[in-house]
Design a protein around this ligand. Structure first.
Ligand code: GLN
Length: 247
């Protein structure tokens, strides 16, 4: 097949899980970024939003986004997770692409223990979270093995996440990450990224956005070439943050 023909056939469907509950700090911006970076390259993109009682057919999804939420909202969401656990697990094991942010990241694991009680997670990745003393808040900069460019963002979480032998998303250059002492942030498992980096994670870090799109294309079509886009402004902002907080 010619590469121009291959491009025409490409379409990505993003599943946004529970945006009415898991939506702290505007995680919707990450959806807009995924969509737009596909569209700029002539890749068709659509987003399907799911509410708590909706049926989710994971076989129709190429990327799943689980956003951040307060403990209260996580508690509501967790009541329903048992219904989707098996299908979600199969999707992940079949290399389905997932980006899970903060509260969503915690829900990937076995549980998140808070003072108010235990929030049972999806158990998709072998990790768990314990509420600690005080919240870990501030700007954060990481170096991930997946990219040359550092990943920059903002974190605000009471939970401390323990990932055991799993691969972290990155090494913390500035900020806290999974917990105060590990020096690690987030997790990467198959095509799943879990991270505490909030809000405009993908607009600030187009390399992360493109990694997700490329993994989704690879899984669906067997090839992952992406046209380069002009990311000069994002890279300039990234450099500014790196120099301000790390150098
Ligand atoms: N409720 C969780 C915590 O405080 C996650 C918060 C969030 O998504 N910002 O740790």
């Amino acid at each position: 097949m010619e590469s121009s023909e291959r491009k025409e056939t490409r379409k990505i469907t993003i599943g946004h899980l529970y945006p009415d509950l898991l939506n702290l700090y505007g995680d919707r911006g990450n959806i807009a970024c995924l969509m737009q970076r596909c569209i700029w390259r002539g890749i068709e993109a659509e987003t399907v939003e799911f509410e708590l009682n909706d049926q989710i057919d994971f076989s129709k999804l190429d990327i799943v986004l689980l956003g951040g939420g307060s403990d209260r909202e996580q508690m509501i969401v967790c009541q329903k997770l048992k219904d989707i656990q098996e299908d979600f697990k199969n999707y992940v094991e079949d290399n389905g692409v997932v980006i899970a942010v903060c509260g969503g990241y915690q829900l990937l694991g076995k549980y998140y223990r808070t003072e108010e009680g235990l929030i049972e997670g999806l158990d998709l990745v072998d990790l768990y979270t314990e509420q600690g003393e005080g919240r870990l808040i501030g700007n954060i900069v990481l170096q991930s093995e997946l990219f040359e460019t550092p990943v920059v963002g903002f974190e605000n979480h009471g939970g401390r996440t323990f990932i055991g032998q799993n691969r972290p998303f990155g090494k913390v250059l500035h900020g806290y990450g999974n917990e105060e002492n590990s020096g690690c942030e987030g997790v990467v498992y198959k095509n799943v990224i879990g991270t505490y980096l909030h809000g405009p994670l993908l607009p600030k870090n187009p390399q992360v956005c493109d990694w997700l799109i490329a993994r989704a294309l690879e899984r669906k079509y067997g090839f992952s070439e992406l046209e380069a886009l002009d990311d000069s402004q994002e890279l300039e902002a990234n450099r500014y943050i790196y120099e301000r907080f790390v150098k």
